[in-house]
Design a protein around this ligand. Structure first.
Ligand code: IMP
Length: 502
């Protein structure tokens, strides 16, 4: 705790975001910083996110609740802000789990303005993935819910407090989207509406009407009973707290998935940057004293979209995102690949071996995560958008790697592509990526510097100086190349496995 206080010394408001493609271990960092904070707030995304916290030997996999909820009994306030897309079903499920495990949530407050995820939005999201144009969404309704919010027929949490508004807005929103369903095969629509996330068909009203609005209405009021007393004007709570209380803002997803700063269109539908996070809790970026971007030593990505240093390249992308959606879970992958080495000369097998060692599967979906080499061009981009502080996580599973490829910059392989006043042509070196434009990123190849692996497990390492010299060399090189500073390095899931760089 003392070391956390030293790192956060002088700060009132701190944010923790992901500086890459998500799943970097933000949950652990937020958990580590939480004893410092009075308020822990989420402002973006919904139950498409997933964070795992290991506490007292127990593993908590949460999707919608802020990590700080586990400190409720100590008086810490948890906030679900206005920018969040809230699935009442997912929320109630997590609250029930908490209760079961003897945790309270008395200090949780949920913004009346948060977007409410409705069944027709989940159905549209699921259907959007049934054709090849899908981007690998998690199927939680996130895209449609934010779309409907700007299209002016979305619902908000406050509607749960006013049954007449809930019924009216639900009807209007379903009517507004009805035409979209006719674009899909009737069997697919029926199948989507029988998904367990849609109560396994309870809302199904036949091929004409599609949705049983009464069933939805009643079920949503049942959910609301569980948390209506927690709905509040959280903007006011946050505004009041600025400068007076210690605020910890908890990001969701990652910078490359930000609708504003990510690899559009392969993004989620909220802005995962510190700016989007602050807005999502009713504040502005300027109140954040320090942002920490969490980035995995070997970054990953789930779903489709650019990952320039992907180990196994396009073959790995296809492997992890098969056209028929029938991805291989851990058991099937093991059967397929057998026992593999992280130094396998075949890059697809190597990427599998690394995924296996790192346990890299989606918390929300179980999908295999695509594995990548450290990418300093993207790290420089993260530093540029999110700030200097980068927390590197999870080098520990990869100690057997004999060689690490560190991407220092990209080289354009063409064809020619223009962004603003810059034209990129075959042979051009790209050191600074001002836009992670997904078309540009298809036209580049990474330039690597090969570094030796450290070849010894990190178990029991207590301080940064005790890390193997070769790993420290790599981290030093990564800092020099990215221009970022690494105030701490995480070498395991628990709080104790954190090395502060003094
Ligand atoms: P959506 O957020 O479900 O619409 O999915 C959009 C894209 O973001 C897909 O490629 C997802 O795999 C990705 N995505 C959404 N949430 C997460 C996350 O928490 N971690 C990593 N990827 C995510």
């Amino acid at each position: 705790m003392n070391e956390v206080l030293t790192v956060l010394n002088g700060c009132n408001t701190v944010s923790v975001t992901d500086g890459s493609g998500g799943d970097s271990g933000k949950g652990k960092v937020v958990d580590l910083f939480t004893p410092w904070a009075d308020i822990i707030a989420r402002g973006t995304g919904g139950d498409n996110a997933g964070h795992t916290i290991v506490r007292g030997g127990k593993v908590f996999a949460q999707h919608i609740l802020p990590c700080g909820i586990l400190f409720d009994a100590e008086g810490k306030q948890s906030i679900i802000g206005r920018g969040v897309a809230l699935s009442p079903r997912a929320l109630v499920k997590e609250l029930t789990m908490l209760k079961k495990n003897g945790h309270s949530y008395n200090n949780l407050r949920i913004s009346d303005q948060a977007h409410l995820i409705m069944p027709h939005e989940i159905a549209l999201d699921l259907l959007g993935e049934t054709n090849a144009r899908g981007i690998g969404s998690t199927g939680r309704g996130i895209g449609p819910v934010y779309t409907h919010a700007v299209a002016r027929h979305g619902l908000i949490v406050n509607d749960l407090l006013n049954p007449f508004a809930l019924a009216k807005k639900l009807h209007r929103s379903i009517e507004k989207t009805r035409a979209q369903f006719s674009a899909y095969d009737a069997d697919h629509v029926k199948e989507a509406l029988h998904h367990e996330r849609l109560e396994s068909g309870r809302y199904w009203a036949g091929p004409q009407k599609l949705f049983d609005e009464n069933a939805i209405f009643e079920q949503y009021l049942v959910y609301a009973r569980e948390f209506a007393h927690l709905i509040a004007d959280t903007d006011e709570i946050m505004l009041e707290a600025v400068g007076k209380k210690r605020i910890l803002l908890e990001g969701a997803q990652g910078l490359l998935l930000s609708v504003k700063y990510g690899t559009y269109p392969y993004v989620t539908s909220s802005d995962c940057s510190p700016e989007g996070l602050a807005a999502g809790v009713g504040l502005t970026r300027s109140v954040i004293d320090r942002n920490f971007s969490v980035v995995k030593f070997l970054p990953t990505r789930v779903g489709k979209g650019p990952l320039p240093t992907e180990i196994g390249g396009a073959v790995s992308e296809r492997w992890c995102n098969p056209d028929d959606g029938d991805f291989f879970d851990a058991e099937r992958e093991l059967k397929h690949f057998g026992v593999t080495s992280v130094n396998d000369p075949d890059s697809l097998r190597q990427s599998y071996a690394l995924r296996d060692r790192g346990g890299e599967r989606g918390v929300s979906t179980g999908r295999p995560r695509r594995m990548a080499w450290p990418d300093m061009t993207l790290l420089r981009y993260a530093r540029h958008i999110q700030g200097q502080d980068i927390i590197i996580t999870k080098p520990d599973p990869y100690w057997e790697l004999e060689r690490i490829q560190v991407c220092t910059q990209y080289r354009c392989i063409g064809p020619k592509y223009r962004i603003a006043d810059m034209t990129y042509e075959r042979g051009d070196v790209i050191a600074d990526l001002r836009r992670p434009d997904s078309i540009l990123l298809e036209r580049i190849e990474p330039v690597y510097e090969t570094m030796d692996g450290w070849l010894e497990p990190l178990d029991g390492v207590q301080c940064y100086r005790d890390l193997p010299l070769k790993l420290r060399d790599i981290l030093r090189r990564m800092q020099a190349l990215s221009g970022a500073r690494f105030p701490l390095v995480s070498i395991g899931p628990s709080a104790e496995e954190t090395l502060f760089v003094t």
